[in-house]
Design a protein around this ligand. Structure first.
Ligand SMILES: [Zn+2]
Length: 328
């Protein structure tokens, strides 16, 4: 077998389960259930609120930070916002931003094929967690090394986090969450451990995993004419069409054009845009999509390429700009 042989589509399957990861996540989920009981039976309301705030920060670190800012460059952030998002992403405990971006770009590059580490065509659970529990195969490592990371390697905040990841993780995701309730409102050790530790960590993981599995659960599947009418997905993303993200991953809203794009992460980015900490938000409106569809038919170019071209030549409409003076 030469080193330049073609990578077989089935090879990526032949990865064994990483049993350390399996045991780790079994423990996390069992401890989460204990944490949930403690929320109702014993924990102080402050500990519960504190854990909710940390969970939201962790999710924003992954969605607004690792995903929309770094993996897709869907907007530009000032250094202060980048540092905040880096700390939030570290709090989430999903590994370094560098590794997260690399595997997510691989997921997009080979979406729904056997080379996709979270291949949704193998089912929801594979996309959500099973793909994550596999030991990386040689093929997977080779594909990861081919991912273009040149932009990320120039980002000082990402490279700083990569260098000092474990130190920052221990401080931000272990010491601060576990010390604060005990130190400031005399919470007992086990409530702190189960609620601010395990429950917060497990919830953050599961919400962040929906980035890879959401399209399987809520997206329009092959031969389906209507997307699932789910109020849960509307509550979380304000969108019924997660597949849009795979056609236009550079859109800062990650959801479809039209009036649904008011999800929590989108609102967060727009608030920071109003404060001047985020700018160059990339998106496209309904007219732009119509124009791209027509151009794609006329020129025979692929729709994702035409959508990107049209969006690049279209100024951001006023509806995406929250101006502080409107609220003063
Ligand atoms: Zn993405």
């Amino acid at each position: 077998m030469g080193s330049d042989r073609t990578i077989s589509d089935t090879e990526n399957h032949q990865k064994d389960l990483d049993w350390i990861k399996v045991l780790f996540y079994i423990h996390v989920h069992v401890l989460m259930v204990c944490g949930l009981f403690m929320v109702f039976l014993e924990a102080s309301i402050l500990t519960t609120l504190f854990s909710i705030v940390l969970t939201v920060f962790g999710i924003l670190g992954v969605t607004a930070g690792a995903h929309r800012l770094w993996a897709h460059q869907s907007y530009v952030a000032e250094p202060g916002l980048k540092v905040f998002l880096m700390l939030c992403q570290t709090l989430a405990g999903q590994g370094t931003i560098y590794d997260w971006v690399r595997v997510h770009r691989l997921h997009h590059k080979y979406f729904a094929t056997e080379k996709d580490p979270f291949n949704p065509s193998r089912g929801f659970w594979y996309a959500h967690i099973k793909g994550l529990l596999k030991r990386p195969s040689a093929t997977h490592e080779k594909l990861l090394n081919e991912v273009d990371m040149s932009d990320i390697e120039k980002d000082n905040v990402v490279m700083f986090q990569k260098k000092f990841y474990w130190l920052i993780f221990i401080i931000v995701s272990i010491v601060l969450p576990l010390n604060t309730p005990i130190e400031y409102w005399n919470e007992n050790f086990f409530c702190t451990l189960f609620v601010a530790g395990a429950l917060r960590y497990g919830l953050t993981q599961n919400f962040a995993w929906f980035i890879h599995s959401g399209s399987r659960l809520w997206g329009l599947q092959k031969d389906e004419k209507n997307p699932p009418d789910s109020n849960i997905v509307f509550f979380i993303t304000k969108s019924y069409w997660p597949q849009y993200h795979y056609i236009a991953p550079w859109d800062y809203r990650t959801t479809e054009f039209g009036g649904y794009a008011n999800g929590c992460t989108t609102a967060f980015i727009r608030i920071f845009a109003a404060l001047g900490w985020a700018y160059n938000l990339k998106t496209i409106d309904s007219d732009g999509v119509r124009k791209a569809l027509a151009l794609s038919v006329e020129t025979g170019k692929k729709l994702p390429d035409v959508l990107k071209e049209v969006a690049e030549n279209q100024p951001l409409s006023d509806e995406h700009v929250l101006e502080p003076k409107k609220f003063l």
